[in-house]
Write a protein that binds this ligand. Structure first.
Ligand code: NAD
Length: 359
C-alpha cells in the first residue's frame, strides 16, 4: 500500500513526520513523499528514512492513498487512480455537495475532522491536537501585542498588576488558552454555554461566568448548539461588562456546522481600554468579534484585533508531529494484516468516511 504525502502549498505544516515512516512500514504502508514536503516544518527530506522522494505529479499518479492537511484541488484529484483513498480535512458539514463531488471522482475520502470526540478516538483527534496548539499560541500572540506584562510584578521601580484575560468558549482551545494565561500569571475569566465546561475552567484556576438560560445539546453531544438571539444579547451584555476591565480577550466559541456566534460587537470594543488585545480564533467561520478580519491584524480605537483560526500553523513542527501521530493511529485502524479494510461496524471509520461504501 503506497501512501503519498504531498507538500501543503499554503501551510507550513506537513501531514506526516519522519518518525511515522517506520511505524507505517510495520503495518504494510510505504511512504511516498513530495520533495521538500517537510521543509517548512523543519523536517529535512533526509530525515524521512525509508520514504521514496518524488515530484508532486509522480507521487499523485502512483498513490494508493493520499494524506494531506488540506484537500487537493479538483484538478489534482483528477490525477489519482480510481479507488484511491484520500485522508484529509474535508469539512463535510460546511459543504453539502462534497460527498457527491468526491464520489464522482471515484475516490474514497476520509475526513479527519469527523473523528468522534470520544475516549476511544482520542489518540486520532486532530481537532484537539490543533485546537490545543491554537489556544496556547493565542495567548503568546496576545502577549506579543499587549503593551503590558501578563504577570504581577513587584519591582524597585514600582508594582504592576496582573493582566486580566477573558476567554469566550472553553472547549479544547479555550481551556489551553486559560492554562497558558494562568501560567503566565494572568487573572482569567471564562464563558461557555456548556455547563460541563464549568468544572474544567475552575480546575485551571479561572473564574467561570454563568449566563442563565443557555441551550445545551439534547443528545448530550459534545458540541454546543445555536443559542437564541435573546440569550446572545444577554451574553453580550455580560461580556461587555467584563471586557471593559480586561486587557486581553480570546474568543474560541464555535457551533459545529453554523456561523460562529457574535459575542464582541463594535460597541464592546469601543468600551475597552486602549492597548487591549483581542484574538479571534473563530474568524474563519464568521468570527466572534464584529470587527475581526480573518487572517489579518486590525486596530480599532487603539485595540488590536487578531483574526486567525489557524494559529497551529505558527508552530509547524509540533503541529505536524501531533497531526502525524493522530494519522498513524487512524491508519492502524484502517489496516488489517497489511491490507486496507474499511470496517463499517467501527464508529470512527463510519463517521470519517465521507463517500459511500457498500456495507
Ligand atoms: P468547538 O471548537 O466546537 O467550540 C469551542 C467552544 O465554544 C465549545 O466549548 C462551545 O461550547 C463553546 N461555545 C459555543 N457557543 C458559545 C457561546 N455562545 N458562548 C460561549 N461559548 C460558546 O469545541 P471543541 O474545542 O472542538 O470541543 C468540543 C467538545 O468536545 C467539548 O465539549 C470538548 O470537551 C469535547 N471533547 C471531548 C473529547 C473526548 O472526550 N475525547 C476530546 C476533545 C473534545
Amino acid at each position: 500500500m503506497k501512501l503519498a504525502v504531498p507538500s501543503e502549498p499554503n501551510d507550513p505544516r506537513v501531514a506526516l513526520a519522519p518518525n511515522a515512516v517506520e511505524k507505517l512500514s510495520d503495518i504494510g504502508i510505504r511512504v511516498l513523499l513530495e520533495n521538500g514536503a517537510g521543509t517548512k516544518a523543519y523536517f529535512a527530506d533526509e530525515a524521512y528514512e525509508g520514504a521514496t522522494l518524488l515530484s508532486r505529479k509522480e507521487l499523485l499518479t502512483a498513490a494508493d492513498m493520499v494524506l494531506s492537511i488540506h484537500p487537493l484541488s479538483d484538478e489534482e484529484m483528477d490525477l489519482l487512480s480510481k479507488g484511491t483513498v484520500m485522508i484529509s480535512q474535508f469539512q463535510p458539514f460546511n459543504d453539502r455537495g462534497l460527498a457527491k463531488r468526491l464520489q464522482k471522482k471515484g475516490v474514497k475520502a476520509f475526513s479527519l475532522d469527523m473523528i468522534p470526540r470520544s475516549t476511544a478516538a482520542q489518540s486520532m483527534d486532530i481537532l484537539s491536537s490543533m485546537g490545543s496548539i491554537a489556544g496556547y499560541k493565542a495567548v503568546l500572540e496576545a502577549a506579543r501585542y499587549l503593551p503590558r506584562y501578563f504577570s504581577m510584578m513587584i519591582t524597585a521601580a514600582g508594582s504592576i498588576r496582573p493582566a486580566k484575560v477573558l476567554v469566550l468558549g472553553a472547549g479544547v482551545a479555550g481551556l489551553q488558552a486559560i492554562a497558558t494565561a494562568r501560567r503566565l500569571g494572568a487573572q482569567v475569566e471564562a464563558f461557555d454555554t456548556r455547563s460541563a465546561a464549568r468544572e474544567e475552567v475552575e480546575s485551571l484556576g479561572a473564574k467561570f461566568v454563568v449566563v442563565e438560560g443557555a441551550k445545551e445539546a439534547a443528545d448530550e453531544g459534545v458540541y454546543a448548539v445555536d443559542q437564541s438571539e435573546e440569550f446572545l444579547k444577554r451574553q453580550r451584555k455580560e461580556v461587555q461588562e467584563r471586557a471593559q476591565k480586561a486587557d486581553v480577550i480570546i474568543t474560541t466559541a464555535q457551533v459545529r456546522g453554523s456561523k460562529a456566534p457574535l459575542l464582541v460587537p463594535a460597541e464592546t470594543i469601543d468600551a475597552m481600554r486602549p492597548g487591549s488585545v483581542i484574538i479571534d480564533l473563530a474568524s474563519s467561520t464568521g468570527g466572534n468579534v464584529e470587527l475581526s478580519e480573518d487572517n489579518a491584524v486590525v486596530e480599532r480605537n487603539r485595540v488590536t484585533i487578531v483574526g486567525n483560526s489557524y494559529l497551529s500553523a505558527l508552530m509547524p513542527q509540533d503541529a505536524s508531529q501531533l497531526y502525524s501521530n493522530n494519522v498513524v493511529n487512524f491508519l492502524k485502524l484502517l489496516m488489517e494484516e497489511a491490507t486496507l479494510r474499511i470496517n463499517m461496524d467501527n464508529e470512527i471509520i463510519r463517521n470519517t468516511l465521507v463517500t459511500e461504501e457498500e456495507e
